[in-house]
Design a protein around this ligand. Structure first.
Ligand code: NAD
Length: 416
């Protein structure tokens, strides 16, 4: 195993898995079986570009573990979406679905590309070709992709359509679809809603007053912007946010309605009037009650963890705190609420969407919100009870619960 300072994302997830196995006394043969992905697929995606040239992209679908149900996980379009990153994200999905107790395994997909540099025609061609290339390993009861960074409901609509061309109408093959194609009410805001629910619960537990509690959010995309919305609604003060171009700060709290209008107009939070400009580094180091990294992995690491001045770090993104970074946060008494708990709202409502597609029976938003809250709060209470009884970190508790469920599911099915 690599040194903690230079672990790859997959080694980091494996480290948490190993620590949970140590705590649970999981046998080596089971560990070895679960640790590596069940199946890894790499595909070439040739795309005829608008200028007539042929470009070849590389895509992945990695199915990590299917002991508890069909594989489930998003598809990321990003220049750094390589095999190693997709593998780490796939493993994390196994633990996330197990922790919240929904009947799925874990998978992830990725295409190495910069979606902002592709036209809608090129993006559609890429998506359809990628879907055709992996169509024999996905399916309603096999593996169900969803949106992630760089993909959205339009991407899922194209995936559903390309899959249908070969296998027939099957809306439950992907989640995160537009409402008109069988998407679920509440899916778009689900992850941000979950982030805000977790912050509200932990604030109550740690007796942190919600009124005027300062929130800092890195990343103002789907997760970050909806988390900001729900936290603001609950009375927290969102004082700083950022995107890939930079950040903004206002000691009084940002006016989110005006910020949204600015974002719609300019495509970035930068340049918003009534707030001072800050860098992403400055944002991470601001004094606040809750720091929510909701952009990319590795944001908080050994190099900056000693400068974090939040009372708690709440992982909106996947793997935003490296193991080395978390070690420093732990030493400094800054708890970290882990990704597999904090951002599980998205996959939970994806599960509801899949159920609605199978039953051909759409739910009202109120039902989605109620069931989401029940599932996430149950998971939070299970994690916090273990933190309390075992005196371990939130991450260690979350991994222990998740790994135990996967190990039991695997053993009950019988080993070769
Ligand atoms: P998104 O593409 O909608 O938004 C990402 C945001 O991060 C954008 O504002 C972007 O400008 C910003 N960003 C990118 N690189 C950055 C950098 N280097 N510094 C600062 N900001 C940067 O993506 P999203 O769906 O909000 O996902 C964000 C994270 O949450 C990812 O780690 C994703 O895997 C995770 N996640 C998303 C969901 C979901 O339902 N969307 C569910 C679970 C986990």
């Amino acid at each position: 195993m690599a040194n903690i300072a230079d672990m790859t994302p997959f080694q980091a997830v494996t480290r948490y898995f190993d620590q949970a196995c140590d705590r649970l006394g999981v046998r080596d043969e089971i560990r070895n079986l679960i640790c590596t992905p069940d199946r890894e697929m790499r595909v070439e995606i040739p795309v005829r570009m608008d200028d007539g040239s042929l470009e070849v992209f590389i895509g992945y679908r990695i199915q990590h573990n299917g002991s508890r149900g069909p594989y489930k996980g998003g598809v990321r379009y990003h220049p750094e979406a390589d095999e190693e990153e997709v593998r780490a994200l796939a493993a994390l999905m196994t633990w996330k679905t197990a922790l919240v107790g929904i009947p799925f395994g874990g998978a992830k997909g990725g295409v190495q590309c910069d979606p902002s540099a592709l036209s809608p025609t090129e993006l559609q061609a890429l998506t359809r070709r990628f879907t055709r290339s992996i169509s024999h390993i996905i399916g309603v009861n096999q593996d169900i992709p969803a949106p992630d960074v760089g993909t959205n409901s339009q991407t899922m609509a194209w995936m559903m359509s390309a899959y249908a061309e070969e296998h027939g109408y099957a809306p439950g093959v992907v989640t995160g679809k537009p409402l008109e194609l069988g998407g679920s009410a509440g899916r778009e805001q689900a992850t941000g809603r979950g982030v805000s629910l977790m912050i509200k619960e932990v604030a109550k537990d740690l007796s942190i007053a919600m009124d005027h509690s300062k929130i800092v959010i890195q990343g103002f995309g789907n997760v970050g912007s909806w988390a900001a919305h729900f936290l603001d609604e609950a009375g927290f003060s969102v004082v700083a946010v950022s995107d890939v171009n930079g950040g903004i700060h206002s000691g009084q709290g940002l006016d989110l309605a005006q910020l949204k209008a600015h974002l719609n107009e300019t495509g970035t939070v930068v340049g918003f009037k009534g707030a001072e400009a800050i860098t992403n580094d400055e944002l991470l180091e601001m004094e606040c009650e809750f720091l929510v990294p909701a952009a990319m992995g590795g944001a908080i690491h050994r190099g900056n963890a000693s400068k974090i001045r939040a009372r708690l770090v709440v992982e909106g993104a996947n793997n935003p705190v490296t193991p080395g970074g978390e070690e420093i946060l732990n030493d400094r008494g800054i708890p970290c609420l882990p990704d597999l708990l904090v951002n599980a709202g998205g996959v939970t409502v994806s599960y509801f969407e899949w159920v609605q597609n199978i039953q051909r029976f759409p739910w009202e938003l109120s039902r989605v919100e109620k069931e989401l809250e029940e599932i996430l709060l149950k998971a939070y209470r299970e994690v916090s009870a273990l933190v309390e009884s075992e005196k371990i970190t939130y991450r260690a508790a979350a991994f222990s619960i998740a790994v135990d469920r996967v190990v039991k599911a695997l053993e009950l099915q019988g080993l070769p």
